[in-house]
Design a protein around this ligand. Structure first.
Ligand code: N2P
Length: 356
């Protein structure tokens, strides 16, 4: 799906109310966009992005024009501190009653008291693999559930011929590389973070592309055989391949060393043109039927307990989407980098991507 493509549905009159939403790409059942307009009479402008950094640049500049945006928890936390958001108006959010206390408690780490944001969805960052191709190249003992598949040149060099992509997301790849090294994935110590440079530089020649949205189709079409990406995106690739009937067999694996668990949060910029329209959109997405439809379509878990009744069995029953206790034990979270550390991370990432 093209990034930043404005999707305007319906022919709202010039005077009609408008809500502008900026969400991640491949993250909703698009029939919900029409449903929102039909139910509210509001014209919805729905733009997409695939990077927290891109969203953050817009938010910090101000005047984004958006009413609802969806940063991940760690980014939300420092954006709240920077004064980017307004508090939610819970009198306009009756569907808040359906949200899941377990997730509210977890995200309170980023948004103390749950005042600024509601969970949209959450997931993990791990391995997307073309099962048959990876086994064909690496043999039956291929470490398909290990970070070594991507971070050990011994394996990734062999996979390079069939194509390997990686997220363009330093705040997720650096923690994973630290985990691979046996370090604290949430380290903010520049000397520890520096240890990932030789690891990533060693595999850099074998990474076809750093991109956070193109790997869905690339996996589904058999153009690449491995990706380090997001859980639901890989599962969407699996479905697209199955629908195409192209014989491509995709699987998502949470690495046995551990995976990042992240939370994407709906929040309202302080300068949103239509804050009450924003509340209507957030409340719509907290309707258990609506968010269940979205999860059923994108294969991500959501923070709405009541919606679980309406989830398809292959969603609620898949531990890669709704982790069981054992899987949960293997997930970690991170905290936002301070500005000085962020500068180190940004420099390091630029160097890794350019490969020199
Ligand atoms: C959806 C990607 C979800 C998000 N394509 C990562 N936070």
């Amino acid at each position: 799906m093209p990034l930043a493509a404005a999707l305007m549905i319906g022919a709202g009159a010039a005077t009609a109310e408008t809500v502008r939403v900026y969400n991640w790409s491949d993250y909703i059942d698009e029939s919900l966009l029409q449903k929102f307009q039909d139910e509210t009479g509001i014209t919805l402008v729905y733009d997409v992005f695939d990077s927290n950094e891109v969203l953050e640049t817009k938010l910090l500049a101000g005047g984004s024009g958006y009413d609802v945006v969806v940063p991940s928890g760690t980014f939300l936390q420092r954006q709240i501190v920077a004064g980017v958001f307004q508090k939610l108006d819970f009198s306009q959010l009756p569907n808040d009653q359906y949200m899941w206390k377990l997730i509210k408690d977890r995200v309170a780490k980023y948004d103390p008291g749950n005042q600024y944001a509601e969970n949209y969805m959450w997931g993990t960052t791990g391995l997307g693999i073309n099962v048959d191709k990876v086994r064909e190249i690496l043999g039956p003992d291929a470490p398909t559930n290990s970070l070594s598949l991507i971070f050990d040149p011994k394996y990734v060099s062999k996979l390079a011929a069939c194509g390997v992509q990686m997220l363009d997301a330093p705040s997720e790849i650096i923690p994973a590389a630290l985990k691979y090294l046996g370090e604290d994935p949430d380290s903010h110590d520049p000397a520890v973070i520096a240890k990932v440079e030789p690891v990533l530089m060693a595999i850099r020649p074998y990474i076809q592309k750093f991109n956070s949205s193109e790997y869905i189709n690339a996996l589904a079409n058999g153009e690449i055989c491995a990706a380090f990406g997001w859980s639901g995106d890989v599962l969407q690739a699996r479905d697209r391949a199955a629908e195409a009937g192209n014989g491509v067999n995709i699987a998502y694996e949470i690495p046995k060393e551990g995976a990042l668990m992240w939370f994407d949060m709906m929040a309202v910029p302080a300068d949103a043109p239509n804050p009450s329209g924003a509340m209507k959109f957030i409340n719509f997405m907290m309707d258990p039927h609506n968010i269940a439809a979205a999860s059923n379509y994108v294969y991500y878990a959501n923070g709405n307990l009541e919606s679980q009744k309406y989830l398809n069995p292959d969603v609620i029953g898949d531990t890669a989407i709704y982790p069981d206790a054992a899987t949960m034990d293997n997930l970690y979270t991170t905290t936002p980098y301070e500005q000085s550390v962020q500068r180190v991370v940004t420099r390091l990432w630029t160097k890794i991507k350019s490969g020199v």
